[in-house]
Ligand binder design. Structure first.
Ligand SMILES: Cc1cc2nc3c(=O)[nH]c(=O)nc-3n(C[C@H](O)[C@H](O)[C@H](O)COP(=O)(O)OP(=O)(O)OC[C@H]3O[C@@H](n4cnc5c(N)ncnc54)[C@H](O)[C@@H]3O)c2cc1C
Length: 469
């Protein structure tokens, strides 16, 4: 792959132009690179600031906290279907050889208002992780390395360049782009992968429905102690917003705390020991605890135990990790919002990732949806090119939109619903979520269905949709 700054000479035509080299843009580029049908096709990836390929940094004691580089604060929970995509591109092999990742075998959610309203999600096979936790830049670097490894003889076919689009003009079967450097190029397919402020979406005047949540997210690296070796991801719902601990190695985790920005800024301004103390109080203190919810769940548990021999009812709330330190320099806040592109496609134009949909990060699904988009779009592009069609042909793009939206929209709405349900402190809302947790926790069928939904994005809805073709 040729990599250049904006001044490098560009060709006047590319089969596919991808604007944005984040996780979505680079995944799509890597999938195209693996396809025999795209061998003779040219692909250009543009980004306003080029991503770097991280040097390999795995230490001799793999997956230990002795790894040489500090963790970055952008961590993704990679689910099973995203893992399949990374494996198909070859990037997962690079992650395992050169970088680091950490598996979680359980997802634990706790509710500060009810000690019995906790939920434990795990795979049907206890040895199978529910998710792998990785830094965003590790995923991007691994994908770029695979593109580089496989395209030495195709250097002129795959280019990554620092540039951005300032204008676009649509023709019946192509798009003409004007770049920041003044270059003009034409392409059969332009993919907008620039995140939720997508320039392609704006220039193509594609409708975007969005709103901001009242919360921001504080992220950063924390040190933890936990008896299970830090093999679970944790989330506790508080009236002020959820707190999460995403495992990175035995004693390190990534913090995600949702609250109003002023509250997060105040926390960050405190000395380290006070931040640690506050975080531990968020994990353990009874904020608004009301025993009446536990009493109802206690009665329900008894009834379930009495009337069914096969259900394994668990009453003991699991114990979350204890925070022992915080790396203050890694703390950063991000706004959190919802966004939905009414159409993901137009003739010769497609949106993927956050450019098409923005989701509340509480379930860690944003990057997973992005990888799913790339996989669905790639399959449609391959279908088109295999029979000699133009990759930007609208019927294939519309099929991508249909399949992707069938999965993405319910997932976005579900995360929005969870956020709203746990943001309420009134009794009906707390009772409803406690009962839902009880059901998911104690009914194996419901639990497996939920884990299957969250970890295998491209089976459920999207497969149902593709089967209807
Ligand atoms: C606090 C927080 C925590 C999160 N946690 C998780 C998690 O645990 N799991 C998960 O799956 N998701 C998570 N997400 C969501 C995740 O970050 C996004 O869904 C994901 O990054 C989307 O990838 P993308 O490639 O579409 O966009 P981005 O990652 O935003 O990448 C966009 C790229 O486009 C480039 N770009 C921008 N504008 C232009 C332009 N005009 N021209 C050219 N290039 C441009 C940028 O430089 C960047 O490289 C979280 C999000 C937040 C805010």
């Amino acid at each position: 792959m040729s990599k250049s700054k904006g001044t490098a000479a560009l060709k006047s035509f590319y089969d596919v132009v991808i604007s944005g080299a984040g996780i979505s843009g680079v995944t799509l580029a890597a999938l195209l690179k693996t396809s025999p049908f795209f061998k003779s096709r040219s692909v250009l990836v543009l980004d306003k600031s080029l991503p770097n390929i991280l040097p390999a940094f795995k230490s001799t004691s793999s997956n230990s906290s002795n790894d040489v580089r500090n963790y970055s604060n952008r961590i993704y929970a990679v689910n099973k279907s995203s893992l399949d995509v990374l494996k198909r591109t070859g990037a997962w092999e690079v992650v395992c050889d050169d970088y680091r990742h950490w598996p979680a075998y359980q997802m634990q959610t706790l509710d500060s208002r009810s000690r019995k309203g906790f939920t434990t999600f795990s795979s049907a096979d206890p040895d199978e992780p529910v998710a792998h936790f990785l830094e965003s830049e590790v995923i991007v670097s691994s994908l770029l390395k695979t593109i580089e490894n496989h395209s030495s003889n195709l250097a002129e076919k795959f280019s990554l360049t620092q540039n951005s689009i300032t204008q676009l003009k649509q023709y019946p079967a192509s798009v003409q782009l004007t770049l920041e450097t003044g270059d003009r190029i034409e392409t059969c397919l332009l993919v907008g992968a620039e995140g939720f402020k997508s320039q392609v979406r704006n220039l193509a005047q594609m409708k975007w429905f969005s709103y901001d949540y009242k919360h921001h997210a504080l992220v950063g690296t924390i040190h933890v102690e936990c008896p299970d070796g830090n093999k679970a991801a944790w989330q506790r719902f508080l009236d002020s917003g959820p707190i999460a601990s995403l495992p990175l190695d035995r004693n390190t985790a990534s913090l995600v705390l949702f609250a109003e920005k002023s509250k997060l800024d105040e926390l960050v301004s405190k000395p380290e020991n006070e931040i640690v103390q506050t975080l531990n109080s968020y994990w353990t203190q009874d904020f608004g605890y009301d025993p009446k919810f536990d009493d109802v769940l206690g009665i329900l548990s008894k009834a379930v135990e009495n009337f069914s021999g096969y259900l394994d009812v668990r009453n003991e709330e699991p114990k979350p990790p204890t925070v022992t330190g915080v790396q203050k320099t890694t703390l950063a806040t991000f706004p959190v919002g919802f966004g939905h592109a009414v159409h993901y496609v137009k003739p010769s134009i497609a949106l993927v990732g956050d450019a098409a949909h923005r989701i509340h990060p509480l379930a860690g699904q944003g990057a997973n949806l992005s990888l799913l988009d790339c996989d669905i779009l790639f399959n449609q592009l391959e279908k088109a090119v295999r029979i000699g069609e133009n990759p930007g042909k609208c019927s294939y793009l519309l099929e991508y939109e249909r399949q992707a939206q069938t999965h993405n929209v319910p997932t976005q709405l579900f995360c929005d619903l969870i956020y709203r349900l746990y943001g309420k402190s009134n009794s009906p809302a707390v009772m409803l979520r406690s009962l839902a947790s009880f059901g998911v926790n104690n009914l194996g069928v419901l639990n497996s269905a939920f884990v299957q939904w969250a970890s295998s994005a491209n089976n459920s809805f999207a497969k149902m949709a593709s089967n209807r073709q």
